[in-house]
Design a protein around this ligand. Sequence first.
Ligand code: HEM
Length: 133
Amino acid sequence: MADESLFDRLGGFYGIAGAVDVLVDRLYSNASANANPAVDKFHTEGGHAGFKFLVTAWSIEETGGPKCYPGRDMRESHAHLNVSEQDFDTVRLEIAATLSYVGVPKQEHDEFMAIIDSYRDMVVDPDKRIAAE
Ligand code: HEM
């Protein structure tokens, strides 16, 4: 139904948790993401299951599901990572590829990617931000 939330249209808890399961596995072994030493360190130290939980809860809340995200805000949780525009594009590409891989239709794909893009300025380090033309 057109008035269903994005959360519902993505398959609710099970659909979102399933997509994040695939996404985080891909990110942990993504050589381009791990070219950022701070990201590589986090991935090497583990915390795989907890990270999947936080990204799942964030995605549930952002797409109109129940308020259940207990983590830090996006600026605070990425401040120490020196994320460049290129780093963001790497993660963005994995998110888009994962949505495609798990079969999310175009409408829902575009809506979810618009949410991701709205956080770019909070995640990219202010010193590495490339001003929009
Ligand atoms: C809009 C895009 C992004 C979303 C929605 C997102 C989501 C999240 C969430 C929910 C957390 C957990 C926050 C917490 O610990 O309380 C987190 C942490 C983290 N994110 Fe992201 N992230 C995004 C972009 C990125 C990018 C571009 C990178 C790397 C280039 C990245 C790498 C990490 C790492 C390494 C952590 C763990 C930091 C730590 O606890 O030390 N994220 N992210």
